[in-house]
Design a protein around this ligand. Structure first.
Ligand code: NI
Length: 176
């Protein structure tokens, strides 16, 4: 297990479209395991492979990360080649992103979603979600198409955040 570096927006690698996974192998299982460790370490509830520089259509979501109690049977989701099959309603949520640390912004998305995906054993599944889980699935899958929550904000707010992130990236580059 390893904690991976999370790319900071507007790193150009975050803006690319990720490729479908064609083979589920040990490398992919290792990546999923490392992504989970990285997400828990950063106190996030979701992470997409492109955020750690891997342009593959895989995301993880665990809305109970950091919670004291986890509903029985609820495990972190590892979703390979996820695709929405249904969306309905509208829900606004104050979102953040591990690639945009310290920033929040209100985004309106679908309130209920249904999606199909493959797990690490290659089994197909369907998941239905509402509330935070629906928000997290939509947020993470956006990453696979090079889209971040800041893209939903006003240009003014996005530019303010971009300046702060560029400063943070410069500091990290200087410290590394
Ligand atoms: Ni994100």
């Amino acid at each position: 297990m390893a904690i991976l570096d999370i790319l900071i927006w507007p790193d150009p690698r975050l803006l690319e479209v990720s490729q479908p996974v064609t083979e589920i192998d040990d490398d992919l299982r290792q990546l999923a395991s490392d992504m989970l460790e990285t997400m828990y370490d950063a106190d996030g509830v979701g992470l997409a492979a492109p955020q750690v520089g891997i342009r593959k259509r895989m995301v993880i979501v665990d809305i109970h990360a950091g919670a004291d109690e986890r509903p029985s049977g609820e495990k972190p989701l590892v979703l390979i080649n996820p695709e929405f099959t249904h969306k309905e309603g509208a829900l606004s949520w104050e979102e953040g992103c591990l690639s945009v640390p310290g920033e929040l912004g209100e985004v309106t998305r679908s309130a209920k979603v249904t999606m199909k995906y493959m797990d690490l054993e290659g089994q197909e599944h369907v998941v239905e979600a509402d509330g935070l889980k629906a928000v997290a699935l939509q947020h993470e899958c956006d990453h696979l198409d090079g889209k971040l929550f800041v893209d939903y904000l006003s240009r003014l707010k996005r530019n303010v955040i971009r300046r702060r992130m560029n400063k943070l990236r410069a500091e990290r580059a200087a410290g590394a």
